[in-house]
Design a protein around this ligand. Structure first.
Ligand SMILES: [Zn+2]
Length: 279
């Protein structure tokens, strides 16, 4: 997908007051399950692959599957490299034709973060690829150092204008109370902070760790100005629950487990699309 289409996707979301879902994949069942939901709901979406999830398959294989299935889809599907720290992986994603890459330099000192992010933006824009970057720390449940909602690490609205202007990023991932890996309803969004962030920039705003957000809280975040919501845990848990159901019923056929897992992915993504699209 060309950069124009990717920008259009986010611009339409902004105008229409809805959010584009970004549902993480890492294998064929996830890719097909997610795209099936988008087709059923006739809704464009972003298909991200996290750098840390490449190990679950193989770069050549998974990027081929993503490209192949996105091309065949009846709705626009934008491919994203998610949470990349290595320039080498970003180069591979650009070469593979991904529409957007996320450079995750959240742990860097502010000036260095600007410097490194700007370098990635210059490279990506030369190839017509959009760049997402975080400002503030979006932690992960289970990694103890990051597990708590850290008030020092949330996105500081006062730094937003400088960060977005100096780096030239297209999408800003904000830390306003969500954490990767949380169950639905456990995150408490800081709406005031989100509003202040949105007041200070015109770039698209992305919410990560969105699995922990309660269904009705998504609407409020979208109304304030979130155009992209990244979800992994909720969808992955739906797949696991389907597998558990099959096993509980004493059915032990491997293909059946995969088929049911895929159905679980589709059902959960359809549910989230209904919420994000405000239909
Ligand atoms: Zn994320």
């Amino acid at each position: 997908m060309a950069v124009v289409e990717m920008k259009n996707m986010l611009e339409e979301a902004r105008k229409g007051k809805y959010a584009v879902g970004a549902f993480n994949c890492f294998n064929i069942e996830m890719v097909q399950g997610i795209i099936a939901a988008a087709e059923e709901k006739k809704y464009p979406l972003i298909l991200p692959l996290a750098e840390s999830h490449i190990k679950f398959s193989d770069w050549e294989l998974i990027s081929y599957i993503m490209k192949n299935q996105a091309k065949k889809a009846s709705v626009p599907i934008a491919l994203q490299l998610d949470h990349a720290k290595k320039v080498e992986t970003i180069e591979k994603a650009i070469e593979a034709g991904f529409s957007t890459v996320m450079f995750d330099g959240y742990e860097l000192p502010f000036e260095e973060k600007i410097h490194q992010t700007r370098d990635i933006v210059e490279m990506a824009h030369r190839h017509g690829v959009l760049v997402e970057a975080p400002l503030g720390k979006i932690g992960t449940v289970g990694k103890e150092a990051e597990a708590k909602y850290d008030h020092d690490a949330v996105t500081d609205p006062e730094l937003v204008e400088e960060f977005t202007t100096k780096t030239g990023v297209d999408i800003l991932a904000v830390s306003v109370g969500t954490i990767h890996g949380r169950a639905a309803g456990e995150s408490h969004l800081d709406y005031d902070r989100l509003q202040k962030i949105c007041d200070r920039t015109n770039v698209y705003i992305s919410l990560h760790g969105g699995s922990g957000v309660a269904d009705d809280s998504y609407r409020r975040a979208i109304d304030i100005g979130v155009e992209k919501i990244s979800i992994f845990t909720r969808v992955s848990t739906a797949a696991v629950n389907e597998i558990a159901n099959v096993l509980e019923n004493g059915r032990m056929r491997f293909p059946e487990l995969l088929v049911e897992a895929k159905k679980g992915v589709t059902a959960e993504v359809e549910h989230l699309i209904d919420i994000f699209s405000n239909r």
